[in-house]
Design a protein around this ligand. Sequence first.
Ligand code: 26M
Length: 812
Amino acid sequence: MQPYTADGLKDEIARRLQVDKGQKLEEASPKDVYYALASIVHGEIMPSWNKTQQKYKDKKAKQVYYLSMEFLIGSLIKSNLLNCGMLNQTIEALRKMGFHPEEIFAQEQDAALGNGGLGRLAACFLDSLSSLDYPGHGHGIRYRYGLFEQRIIHGNQVELPDYWLKDAYPWENRKEEEAILIHFRGEVHMFKKNDGSLEFKHENTDKVMAVPYDIPVVGYQNSTVNTLRLWSAEPYFPPEENEGQEDDFYHDLEHQHSIEQITGFLYPDDSNIEGKELRLKQQYFLVSSSIQNIIRQFKENYQLPLSRLPEKVVIQINDTHPSLGIPEMMRVLMDEENLSWDAAWKVTTGAFAYTNHTTLSEALETWPVEMTEGLLPRIYMIIHEINERFCRDLWFNHKEKREEIPQLAVIADGRVHMARLAIVGSFSVNGVARIHTEILKNQEMSGFYSLYPKKFNNKTNGITHRRWLLQANPGLAGLITDVIGPNWIRRPKQLISLMKYTKDRPLLEKFASAKQQNKQALANFIHQRTGIAVDPHSIFDVQIKRLHEYKRQLLNIFHVIYLYNELKDNPQLDVVPRTFIFGAKAAPSYYLAKEIIKLINTVASIVNYDKDVKDKLKVIFLENYNVSLAEKIIPAADISEQISTASKEASGTGNMKMMMNGALTIGTMDGANIEIHDLVGDDNMFIFGLSAEQVMDYYRHGGYSATDIYNTDDRVKRILDQLKLGEFGSQEIEFKDIYYNILSHNDPYFVLKDFEPYMEAHEIVERTYRDTYSWLQKSVTNIAYSGKFSSDHTIQQYATGIWNLKQFKEKE
Ligand code: 26M
């Protein structure tokens, strides 16, 4: 890629506007300029993209395919500019043209093709694969509607459709010539072949075309461009039926509509799984397109027998959502490529690897047998056979497991258990943080662990430091480069060199001023969005993540209410001013989560306008939390709230993003918080509350008494009574359901149990913040150790530990 100068870029934007739209620069809107810019960048990417793919072909490189129902890529304009080495010139050019660069970049609609952590992880992994020159691609779904847009109206979450493709999406290329046919329903007929083996024919199926749209994944200034291939469902027109069917016009329209539904929208749940048939259709649509595509490319490019596919192809499945890929690969290999069961099984289990992202039992996928069999009759037959062989193996070869068969079987209780299918059909099973993998091995999946101890491994999550530090926080990134040089950008672990400077007071002042600028920018943004003026010198205390009971936003807002009560009792109280910032979407059908959003907003509307607490306490709920909003909030955070009930948060990745931007974590010993703690220790973060062992012990032995705490802790009683009596808001707005959920259901997420230690931890936060110098030391220490959480490190571990993949560094 040959970068432009700022002036060259300016001229080129003007030229494109003229040629493409007949526009003069003065007439161009920010959107026009954005499209002109995006088309220039796309043009820059194109040659490297072609070259990279050609090289992989020529050198017959081993490739990894990351299959995921979600890729939460957010906006690409800035990261593509950064990775192409054009960001600084572009900013200069846009300024010279009289535009605010951020206003131009903001024209791009976020691609919100994911719910939260799992989808964002997939996007970070793609960035690292390309930046490290690994041949690795994503396969996903091109949802016409992404995750809903959230509005807060009278404190309530309201969902609006996210029609992100309203304007053309400049990064995608439609590849109609590579479309693939997908079959649903129909009947399976069995024939005996001459050699005595059986042949299966799947007939009278409903046919759907899968059309790929390719998005380039640009590596950081290295000319590597991989592909994110998103599949879109379209009606299939068989060649002979192309003309003269007017009488069926309306029937055809209806049919067309039902097909396009398959890739119509992203399911907005990230925990409680509803077994909707359309979701199962989406999953099979993704894996059938991807697997057929992978096998087709393997045959075209490698000239090797299919038995050798695992030498050249590895398929990582992001949770169980793509686990039908396992029987789908069996189907293609046997029914279309004539491999025997044993040969096909060897290839399949040599190619698939599975990542688990949760131990919450509500989130473990199962599908009803009738639904699976009706929609996917041939796939169901194969799953059935996988199950038979697996159970037979247990019965005859693992006698000690006979009693456990009902808990291990892939088909049990009339349902297909997707995690069991994924474990049986993969050569690798990994968790996403050390404690999570240990819980999988020793609790949730212990039956499988003792059967296949070698399959299980840990790969702690990571985040791309390019997007989350270099791009989102240029002030801090520039300062770091001034201090330790630019090598950390390619080798993020070198951030550790910052540890040499933690006693350098003048330098710490500079870190403070970088943070202060980001806080000022966020304060301005908050003011513009909400009309509320927050004190940019207050502690910015941030909790941004999906709303879920286990993530305990409730504990956070209880702390806020406690502080408010204290200040009401004693307005002169000497406290460090605090701004609590929340961002969270609730699944539309998750009632209690929506009540908690309403509570946060109700508390905000009282606290923010109460003169008694003026300047000391503010509560901000920023609506429509998404990737772009995260990029604004994270650089400004002082405190990162990571307060899940221990054992429940598989890893967390927001914790890593805020650490990398110099925030201090207040958190439980859960997920990756434990690994943050390994690095920075008690001195540099605020750990509180029950451990995972204690939580699991309580679950085993019947819990603790929430009522006891209610009766003995006045602070707790006062808060809960305020909820019940409708003291927040009017009589109409009361929070009885939250009250009863805690007291009648005995506080399943230990909010009351952890209340006291959480309050104490916050007191320590406040004391620590008062000592500016020591706070800054801790902040810089966090940045210094955060390099280990770069997804580059994570991807290296996947590449060497699971994929056996080589970096493809070949200079032209
Ligand atoms: C499944 C079926 C139907 C509808 C939705 C789903 C579904 C979608 C997303 C279920 C779970 C989903 O995501 C779970 C998730 O995001 N887990 C998070 O994964 C992160 C990356 O590994 C971890 O950091 C988080 O701790 C974990 O909660």
